[in-house]
Design a protein around this ligand. Structure first.
Ligand code: ADP
Length: 419
């Protein structure tokens, strides 16, 4: 019987089902007319019958699991719950605690043992017989062993129920977070969409002003116009990063062969001016005869822009920035190194997270919104590549992007080469 009870406990994670099966198992083995298993209510004032096997002992609600409740103030069951001690009543007629509740079967003897958890009563196992002294003392020890096993089962059932409750609460929270995340993406998308057109117009006119197309600027106008132009370019870069990161996730352009060397040369020419202004040396070492990589020109241009932009931003004047591109087997490695401030080793993983910035609030002077590297990672991943970083604080950083060599031969040049 103990083996059977152990099996029931091991396979049942529902307290009610477990107690009912145990009640039936006890009755099958001992043929007692009444076997009842109670659990103590949360308020500790009453017990609820949770498993019952036996003959009818009166009105049906007296033996209905989940319905019948008994106060801890009355009867042998109540007494055992109160004292935490087993109780053997060889003749209930002379027992001071016996409380007659049924009338169809005459109960003559009774054994009642507590179900304990860490010394605290959590329930009661009650067995009754229609014969005098029918329940020997060894039955009491056996029932105590059963009660111990049941206690483990109840604990498991409770932990399982709690973990189920926690899991569903977590699922609700996760669904809510996903909804908020979606709303946030939608909001960012709308705002960046609204910013794009006016920014493009402003940028167009400012660049015309800057280049003198709208008339020669007076000397005192030149510096302010250059500043406005630079700031507008920063703003549109930022908005572009936002739009691309959202687009890359949902519908990135399909991969096509991209001549990375050519793309890099154009980027270097654009960045040369910025590097000069920042007092930095910008080197490029692009291996000749590079095979095209699989990607999209505007996306890969954005990837390179973001890496160069960071290298320039985080390197003090006098530093050196190097762009290296070479083939490595079936991949092309693009490397941007700088001699700048470097990144602490415990942050190397995190810098690729969206909106993450090392010492964000302290380093606000560097500008940016922490999306550049997240987009670099997203673009590399989209086209089957990967990105890694090595860095020493105070010495500099090297970002490496590996991109797969394109499978098909390159199509004729032309098409969209802008950012
Ligand atoms: P942003 O540059 O807009 O802050 P990024 O995602 O491009 O966002 O970069 C995240 C953070 O990683 C930066 O804020 C900076 O702290 C760190 N970082 C990126 N590139 C470099 C670099 N070349 N040198 C030092 N720190 C860098």
């Amino acid at each position: 019987m103990l083996a059977e009870v152990a099996r029931i406990v091991a396979t049942n994670l529902d307290a009610g089902g477990l107690l009912q099966d145990v009640a039936e198992s006890i009755r099958r083995h001992f043929a007692y007319p009444v076997v009842g298993l109670f659990t103590l209510d949360d308020d500790g004032q009453a017990l609820t019958l949770r498993g019952y096997s036996g003959v009818s002992v009166g009105p049906p609600e007296l033996t209905r699991p989940g319905v019948y409740r008994q106060s801890i103030e009355s009867g042998i069951v109540g007494t055992v719950a109160r004292t935490g001690q087993p109780h053997l009543a060889p003749d209930v007629a002379t027992d001071p605690y016996y409380h007659k509740s049924g009338d169809q079967v005459v109960i003559r003897s009774e054994v009642c043992v507590p179900i304990l958890e860490g010394g605290r009563v959590i329930g009661v196992l009650d067995v009754e017989s229609d014969r005098l002294a029918d329940l020997p003392e060894q039955d009491q020890s056996l029932l105590e062993a059963v009660a111990d096993t049941v206690s483990i089962g109840l604990r498991n059932a409770r932990l399982y129920e709690e973990s189920q409750e926690r899991a569903s609460a977590l699922a609700v929270t996760l669904a809510r977070l996903a909804e908020l995340d979606h709303l946030k993406d939608e909001f960012i998308q709308n705002v960046s969409h609204e910013l794009r057109s006016p920014l493009a117009i402003i940028r167009g006119y400012v660049e015309m002003l800057e280049s003198g197309e709208l008339g020669e600027l007076r000397p005192e106008q030149r510096k302010p116009v250059t500043i406005v132009a630079r700031r507008v370019r920063m703003l549109s870069d930022m908005v572009r990063n936002i739009t691309l990161i959202l687009e890359a996730e949902v519908s990135p352009p399909p991969p096509e062969p991209v001549p990375l060397g050519e793309l890099a040369q154009i980027a270097i020419e654009d960045f040369q001016v910025v590097a000069d202004q920042a007092g930095l040396t910008l080197h490029a070492q692009v291996a000749p005869n590079l095979p095209p990589v699989s990607g999209s020109w505007p996306y890969l241009r954005r990837l390179l822009d973001n890496l160069l932009d960071n290298a320039i931003k985080f390197t003090p004047a006098g530093g050196v920035i190097t762009l290296q591109i070479q083939q490595e087997g079936a991949q092309v490695a693009l490397q941007v190194s700088d001699t700048g401030v470097g990144i602490p080793s415990d942050q190397l993983e995190r810098i690729f997270e969206r909106f993450y910035q090392v010492n964000g609030s302290i380093w606000r002077r560097y500008g940016g919104i922490g999306l550049g590297l997240a987009l670099v990672k997203e673009i590399a991943r989209t086209y089957g590549g990967q990105v890694s970083v090595e860095s020493q604080v105070g010495e500099g950083s090297t970002f490496t992007v590996l991109l797969p060599v394109a499978a098909e031969p390159m199509r004729t040049k032309g098409g969209l080469h802008g950012t």
